[in-house]
Design a binder for this molecule. Sequence first.
Ligand code: F3S
Length: 64
Amino acid sequence: MNVVIDRDLCIGCGICEQSCPETFRMGEDGLAYVIESDPPVEEYSDVQGCAEMCPTAAIAVTAE
Ligand code: F3S
């Protein structure tokens, strides 16, 4: 799995950090960034859920 955030799309709602704190973190600029771009298998469904919950679809998850 590879996880990226398009920070041009992020509006800083914080849902990703709240739901997946092992994967996402809010930066001092108020936008989220990825702290674990290749999360462990057991977190895949949670991370996928975060991507779907992001209101601006800023989180992209690929299978690689
Ligand atoms: Fe930003 Fe979406 Fe997270 S708007 S703070 S990447 S849920």
